[in-house]
Design a protein around this ligand. Structure first.
Ligand code: DAT
Ligand code: MG
Length: 136
């Protein structure tokens, strides 16, 4: 069953020149790109995107980070796209949780600078795609 997920290459991934690497891994996994945009993220969009974390101590710095440079937002489609991209990304902590071979495991060291976002469920994907690509 085909489904969609929202992928973000966060500002650290863009500034480190890893956009092509991330897209390449998505394509090699067998997933398709449906929409792609380089975006400067407003504080409002960042706060809505990460609304589930608004009570967490890192929320302020997370919003500051994600609005601090352009991100590449991608709608990805394919069979089991949501968990498939989470697998490609690796766990949230690039050192403790993300396995080597994953994007975070291969390229990251710090939790905040973990390079990519991927929706965590089909419901989150729908909410996030509506937020980032209202015209899709
Ligand atoms: P994920 O991005 O793997 O879905 P999450 O939804 O729990 O992880 O958190 C969203 C982002 O917030 C995460 O990618 C990086 C940041 N973050 C999470 N936990 C953090 C922490 N303990 N300290 C700093 N940043 C954190
Ligand atoms: Mg999450």
């Amino acid at each position: 069953m085909s489904e969609r997920t929202l992928v973000l290459v966060k500002p650290d991934g863009v500034s480190r020149g890893l956009v092509g690497e991330v897209i390449s891994r998505i394509e090699r996994k067998g997933l398709s790109l449906v929409a792609l945009e380089l975006k400067h993220v407003s504080k409002e969009l960042a706060e809505q995107h990460y609304a589930e974390h608004k009570e967490r101590p890192f929320f302020g710095s997370l919003v500051e980070f994600i609005t601090g440079g352009p991100v590449v937002a991608i709608v990805v489609e394919g069979v089991r796209a949501v968990p498939a991209f989470r697998q490609l990304a690796g766990g949230t902590d690039p050192v403790e949780k993300a396995a080597p071979g994953s994007i975070r495991g291969d390229f990251g060291t710090e939790v905040q600078y973990n390079l990519v976002h991927g929706s965590d469920s089909a419901d989150s994907a729908k909410r996030e795609i509506d937020l980032w690509f209202p015209n899709l």
